[in-house]
Design a binder for this molecule. Structure first.
Ligand SMILES: [Zn+2]
Length: 470
């Protein structure tokens, strides 16, 4: 399939970049070509970092609409506002592209410690969790550190609420408990499950996120608690004290509802049907204001397109801004885009997503062919003045994942991630966590990468294995 896409591109584009040439001969030529963009890159960087417009716009978006979970009115009103603003900006082809999205609602919820003492514990139900009966579930707690410990105490899980107090190793490693915890506990007869928030640090602020069920076990309610309280319940159990809690959750899943990806463009001068996508997702969880995850990523991409427009820089190909819907629990925006644009995915040169927080940019992670990697690494060199010149292998984004699996080269903005998971999916994900000057550098990085790729004489070479499915 990859080979077929590659040869189609050769036929369609006939571009020099797509021609199979020995890597050794190709790279110096690519580097020289990219170097010819140095002055333009300098203009983009200077304009993007001259003010803090991106941060101010993100502050307005998040202050006006608050959190924007899929299925909510606040998300749809935010999308309307973004479309209006993009039209006011004078961007081209401004429109929404329909996607049906899941609609999970939290309702009211609470967790009360009953024994060994009474007290209310901050909690957040996990996305897609089922609820409890109205009177809640009152049961003794079994605290485990990991799945091995759960297996060792399998006989004690029946009728209890299992708390996974898994120490944070990395997001990718530890999030497994959030995704699988309910199934692991339910298989052993547990009546509900709790999770130490997947975060290296918090201040009694639980972190939500999506969970999953499968046909191997009855769905049981599943909620995150703070790191502090997980540690406390663990200590209580260690002392041999009975730990009993009452969990109440109204969470439920309603029928799917229509939503939209929002789109705006700067149409290309020579090959407007060929596209470079720059993007972030506009939905968030229903806590905090989704500033870091991922209003900031979308607004940085938006401001990158505006920076090109305001400088009168119109590349050969079209740069398409996409604000995705439903990244957080379903990826329906990315899937709908893949399906709606299936016939023209061969003309998607590159898709860029920012979804790791618009902190100090470091560079980009890239997934695509070796020869394309050489090109984008050379372009990355243009970002040395803002320290965003580290281009690494591997990268993309959840929303662009579906088109990457169809062979579109993908790229994710990499930023300093040291604080990202402190705030991620919690009430603390608010705009004050982002530095206006760092965010402006993210705008610059996206503008330079997107502009140069869109303006190169030939398409980025395709090839290489598409990323594994999610
Ligand atoms: Zn995100």
């Amino acid at each position: 399939m990859t080979l077929r896409i590659g040869s189609l591109l050769l036929l369609a584009g006939g571009a020099a970049w797509a021609a199979p040439r020995p890597a050794a001969a190709q790279q110096p030529a690519d580097t020289a070509l990219v170097a010819s963009y140095r002055a333009t890159a300098g203009r983009l960087i200077a304009a993007a970092t001259a003010d803090t417009a991106a941060w101010l716009r993100l502050a307005e978006l998040t202050d006006r609409f608050g959190s924007r979970i899929s299925g909510s009115e606040s998300l749809e009103r935010a999308l309307d506002w973004v479309l209006d603003e993009m039209r006011r900006d004078g961007l081209e082809s401004v429109h929404g592209e329909r996607a049906m999205v899941p609609h999970w609602v939290r309702g009211s919820e609470s967790l009360d410690l009953v024994e060994p003492r009474r007290g209310r514990l901050p909690m957040l139900g996990l996305g897609r969790s089922v609820g409890t009966p109205p009177e809640g579930i009152t049961a003794p707690v079994l605290v485990v550190s990991d799945s091995n410990e759960l297996a060792a105490h399998a006989a004690e899980a029946r009728g209890r609420i299992v708390l996974f107090d898994a120490p944070y190793v990395s997001y990718g490693e530890t999030v497994r408990y959030r995704v699988r915890g309910a199934v692991l506990a339910s298989r052993l007869g547990a009546v509900a499950a709790l999770l130490r928030s997947v975060s290296p640090f918090d201040m009694s602020t639980p972190h939500t996120g999506t969970t999953a069920y499968d046909s191997s076990a009855r769905p049981i309610p599943f909620a995150a608690i703070s790191i502090e309280d997980a540690a406390m319940l663990h200590r209580m159990q260690g002392r041999g004290q009975p730990v009993v809690v009452t969990l109440k959750m109204e969470a439920r899943t309603l029928p799917d509802v229509p939503s939209r990806n929002v789109v705006a463009e700067l149409r290309g001068t020579e090959r407007p049907d060929e596209v470079v996508v720059i993007s972030g997702h506009l939905d968030s969880w229903d806590v905090g204001t989704g500033a870091m995850d991922d209003g900031g990523g979308f607004v940085a991409a938006w401001q990158a397109l505006l920076t090109m427009k305001r400088l009168g820089l119109r590349p050969r190909r079209t740069v398409r801004l996409v604000g995705w819907t439903n990244e957080e629990y379903g990826t329906r925006g990315g899937l709908a885009y893949r399906d709606a644009h299936a016939p023209d995915l061969g003309k998607h040169d590159l898709a860029i997503e920012s979804d790791g927080g618009v902190f100090r940019p470091i560079g980009f992670g890239f997934t695509g062919s070796d020869s394309a990697f050489a090109v984008v690494r050379a372009i990355g060199g243009l970002l040395a003045p803002i320290g965003a010149d580290t281009i690494t292998r591997g990268g993309g984004g959840t929303d662009i994942g579906p088109i990457m699996q169809r062979g579109v080269p993908g790229m994710g903005l990499n930023a300093d991630g040291s604080r990202y998971f402190w705030y991620h999916h919690s009430d603390a994900d608010t705009v004050d966590k982002l530095d206006p000057r760092e965010m402006a550098k993210c705008v610059a990085a996206m503008a330079v990468m997107a502009y140069v790729v869109a303006d190169l004489p030939g398409q980025l070479p395709r090839g290489g294995a598409p990323p594994a499915g999610e």
